[in-house]
Design a protein around this ligand. Structure first.
Ligand code: BG6
Ligand code: MG
Length: 222
C-alpha cells in the first residue's frame, strides 16, 4: 500500500540540475580547472557545502579556510539563484503535473524531500507549492543525502510510515537515502546511474501511477 510519494526537487520535478551544474562549472573555471558533466554526477543530491568539498577535491585544491569556502559557496549560489529567478511554470518537467494529479485523485499524500535551501523559491517560481502536503528541504536538516533524514522527516510530516512511502530521485545519493530510510525508490533518469533504484523511469511523461505501482510491487525485496 502506498500512502505517500516523496519527491526530490532538483532534476526530478524541475530541470534545476542543469543550473547547479552551470554554476559549479563556472566556479571551477574561475578557480582554474575544468569540470565535466560526468564529474558533476557525484554532486547531484548532495548539500551545497558537501558539493563544494567534492568540487575542490576534483580540482586538487586543498587547505582553504572555512571563510574562503563560505565565500565560494555564496558565489556559486548567487549565480544559481540568478538562473532560478528566471524560471516560470513552463519549467516544470513534462508529465509532472498530470502525475501529481493522478496521486491526489487517489488520496496519496505528496511531499518534497530536497537538500536545497532554495526549494521554496523554486516551488514559488514554478507555481507548484500548493500540490504538496509538506515541504522538507535543506533548511530542515543539515544531514546530506545519502543520509535518510530528509525522507524520514518528509514521511513524518505527512504521517505515513516509511515502508508505505515511495521516493522519486534522480541522484545516486538520493536513491541510497531512500533505501536507507526503508522506502521504495523510483529512479528518474539514467538507469545506468540509478542502478540501485527499485524501478527506473526516464521521466514522468505518459507515466501512469497504477502501472508504476504494480511494477514496484513486482520488484519488492529486490
Ligand atoms: C540538491 C541538488 O537538491 O540540492 C544539489 O541536487 C544541491 O545539486 C543541493 O547542491 C543544495 O542546493 P542549494 O540550492 O541549497 O544550494
Ligand atoms: Mg535531484
Amino acid at each position: 500500500m502506498t500512502g505517500a510519494c516523496l519527491f526530490d526537487l532538483d532534476g526530478v520535478l524541475v530541470d534545476t540540475a542543469t543550473y547547479h551544474y552551470l554554476a559549479w562549472k563556472r566556479l571551477a573555471e574561475e578557480l582554474g580547472f575544468a569540470f565535466s558533466e560526468r564529474d558533476n554526477e557525484r554532486l547531484k543530491g548532495v548539500s551545497r557545502m558537501a558539493s563544494l568539498d567534492l568540487l575542490l577535491a576534483a580540482g586538487g585544491i586543498e587547505g582553504l579556510s572555512d571563510g574562503d569556502k563560505q565565500r565560494l559557496a555564496e558565489k556559486k549560489n548567487s549565480w544559481y539563484v540568478g538562473y532560478i529567478k528566471q524560471m516560470t511554470p513552463a519549467d516544470v518537467l513534462p508529465g509532472v503535473l498530470d502525475f501529481l494529479s493522478q496521486l491526489r485523485k487517489r488520496r496519496i499524500r505528496t511531499a518534497i524531500g530536497s537538500a536545497s535551501k532554495n526549494a521554496p523559491l523554486i516551488l514559488e517560481r514554478v507555481g507548484i507549492a500548493a500540490l504538496f502536503d509538506a515541504v522538507i528541504d535543506g533548511r530542515h536538516t543539515a544531514k546530506a543525502k545519502p543520509d535518510p533524514d530528509v525522507f524520514l522527516l518528509a514521511a513524518a510530516a505527512v504521517r505515513v510510515p516509511p515502508p508505505d512511502c515511495v521516493v522519486f530521485e534522480d541522484a545516486a545519493a538520493g536513491v541510497e537515502a531512500a533505501l536507507q530510510a526503508g522506502m521504495r525508490c523510483v529512479g528518474v533518469g539514467d538507469a545506468g546511474v540509478l542502478q540501485r533504484a527499485t524501478v527506473v523511469i526516464p521521466g514522468f511523461a505518459q507515466v501512469k501511477w497504477d502501472v508504476l505501482e504494480r511494477q514496484l510491487a513486482g520488484r519488492e525485496g529486490k
